[in-house]
Design a protein around this ligand. Structure first.
Ligand code: GAR
Length: 190
């Protein structure tokens, strides 16, 4: 059984979708969720789903290897589902090609520091783009630059609001993120 730990910073709708997808899997198990924001919606979702959700501080994350030591005990793969901090190098190095992120745009467009969530959709809207999409990629030491595993596109209408764009992106994420995680883990899981 491959053990997955999810990192989330916000509402956690992707985390919930991933937890539900693997609920009855015989090969992949979501063992825990970690969150860096005490007020994040993901805590309530995990409570409802009876999944352990643990808060951590920036210090736990970046210094003293507190989180790294736990992850080495608990996880084979780490999934970033709306997680907004950069992953420290020691964690990236301990999990080579085993940390998977989802980004709500077609990287390399709209990536990098400060580009997350609604900010991405606002930039897409301001540029009057005719399409956008999702990118699922491995995490390396640089924001949004790891090897791309999967992308999917959706077309946009000029009348789409940023909320409409966010909904189209979430629909793609819910459809493709769990399946892509599953394929990637079963392929790279040794
Ligand atoms: C998702 O759209 C995800 O792609 C994005 O945050 C949202 C989280 O939604 N991630 C990033 O922007 C990372 N740079 P959720 O909390 O409802 O899953």
């Amino acid at each position: 059984m491959k053990r997955v730990v999810i990192f989330a910073s916000g509402s956690g709708s992707n985390a919930e979708n991933i937890i539900n997808y693997f609920q009855n899997s015989e090969k992949i198990s979501v063992v825990k969720v970690y969150c860096n924001k005490k007020e994040a919606g993901v805590f309530n979702r995990c409570k409802r789903l009876k999944k352990d959700c643990e808060w951590f501080s920036r210090e736990d994350f970046s210094q003293k290897n507190i989180l790294l030591n736990k992850l080495e005990q608990e996880a084979d793969f780490i999934i970033l589902a709306g997680f907004l901090w950069k992953i420290p190098e020691p964690i990236v190095q301990a999990f080579p090609n085993k940390i998977i992120n989802i980004h709500p745009a077609l990287l390399p467009k709209y990536g990098g520091k400060g580009m997350y969530g609604m900010r991405v959709h606002e930039a897409v809207k301001n540029n009057c783009d005719k399409e956008t999409g999702i990118t699922i990629h491995f995490v390396n030491e640089r924001y949004d630059e790891g090897a791309i595993i999967f992308q999917a596109k959706t077309t946009l209408k000029i009348t789409d609001s940023t909320k409409d764009i966010a909904q189209k992106i979430h629909d793609l994420e819910y459809e493709y993120f769990p399946k892509t995680i599953e394929k990637t883990i079963l392929k790279n899981g040794s």
